[in-house]
Design a protein around this ligand. Structure first.
Ligand SMILES: [Zn+2]
Length: 375
């Protein structure tokens, strides 16, 4: 019997109506006290009957552990309210991987230190300043985002006289900064609100993946622009190809299955493949300009370093190294996702360095091109 039913159940024999019926005569209009008592008794009887009917109805609806479904729902709501209140106040504790709901289970080599589901954006954003499995993921890309924002603004406000075609070049280089800032901001936002709820985590994971495609597409624009400065036709074709491939990757990443842990390798493969599509224009450049020009003017060394950083990051991410070898030891710091984040920021910076070298070469060489279309 539930506490509520105990409260509601009348205690038989102790009711005043039982005692008083014997104390009053059948009818005595001259005794107002008894009339009042009789009225009270009648009311009590009606009330008791009503309670009995209610009780019957309730007992027929009794669910698990003697609780009515309504009562169970009420208890669940109370617990939920209490939990939300705790989360709101920031009084939550990190939890182990095995008690996470399925939609929050991503990497089973990170044994402890996970945030619980917190259906409050305020609580999610406050968790940026707490230590848990996502702290490093959030800060690596939050700081990276601020860094590229600062760098981008610096570049945009550079005096126009350092460019051959200032507006065009700033738009082209701006594409890289836009891609980098979108990628890094979608990423830190995703890692921040990932534990909000299943729906929110799905929406933001799709934005996170789309951000990687934006970074890759944005990185291609200034690189192709300067590398094929004197050959606009191949430049245009390569730009079209990377846009189509990038948009395809964005469309694929909108599918729900793409974000699941089983597709980790596929995800890494899609974005490495998108980046590696740059091998074709690179070979084109090497064949038409020669290896020496490609390594000096073409910044091939920096491009190679950038590719190495990105691919290493993707491999660590897909294979979940190092936590695979030390389960539970990299829960908070130095797990694969964090290293991948750091390598993405490093790769993007190396790419920017290569692109700014290409820009500098164009400035010193001037806007003119030779008749054969070489640099
Ligand atoms: Zn991430």
């Amino acid at each position: 019997m539930s506490p509520r039913e105990q409260e509601d159940t009348p205690t038989s024999g102790s009711s005043p109506s039982h005692l008083s019926t014997t104390e009053c005569p059948a009818h005595n209009g001259n005794v107002p006290d008894c009339d009042d008592k009789r009225r009270i008794n009648e009311d009590d009887d009606r009330g008791r009957e009503k309670k009995e009917v209610e009780e019957d109805e309730r007992s027929s609806d009794e669910g698990f552990m003697g609780m009515t479904p309504l009562l169970q729902a009420h208890h669940a709501m109370e617990k939920m309210e209490e939990f939300v209140h705790k989360v709101w106040e920031g009084r939550w504790r990190v939890i182990p991987h095995d008690v996470l709901p399925d939609w929050l289970k991503d990497n089973d080599f990170l044994l402890h230190g996970h945030r619980p589901p917190m259906p409050s954006f305020r609580a999610c954003f406050k968790s940026i300043f707490r230590i848990h499995t996502e702290t490093g993921n959030i800060w690596t890309h939050l700081l990276g985002c601020l860094f590229f924002l600062f760098l981008g603004l610096m570049y945009m406000f550079r005096p126009n006289m350092s460019f051959v075609a200032p507006v065009q070049e700033k738009v082209v280089i701006g594409m890289f900064f836009l891609g980098a800032i979108l990628c890094l901001s979608f990423s830190w936002l995703f890692h921040t609100v990932y534990c909000h709820s299943e729906g929110v985590s799905k929406v933001f994971s799709k934005l996170d993946y789309s951000g990687i495609a934006f970074l890759i597409m944005g990185s291609f624009v200034p690189w192709l622009y300067y590398s094929f400065y004197c050959s606009p036709q191949p430049c245009f074709i390569y730009l079209m190809v990377i846009c189509i491939l990038g948009l395809t990757a964005i469309i694929v990443s909108q599918c729900d299955f793409f974000a699941t842990p089983q597709y980790r390798g596929v995800r890494a493969g899609v974005f490495v493949g998108l980046g590696l599509s740059g091998v074709v224009p690179t070979l084109h450049f090497v064949i038409s300009e020669g290896l020496i020009k490609a390594t000096t003017i073409g910044q091939m060394g920096w491009l190679l370093l950038m590719a190495t950083l990105y691919i290493t990051g993707a491999c660590l991410y897909a294979a979940r190294i190092p936590e695979r070898f030390f389960p539970g030891k990299c829960d908070i710091w130095f797990h694969s996702h964090q290293l991948f984040h750091i390598l993405v920021v490093a790769g993007a910076f190396v790419h920017f360095h290569g692109v700014s070298n290409l820009q500098e070469f164009r400035y010193t060489a001037g806007g003119g091109c030779t008749d054969d279309g070489s640099l």
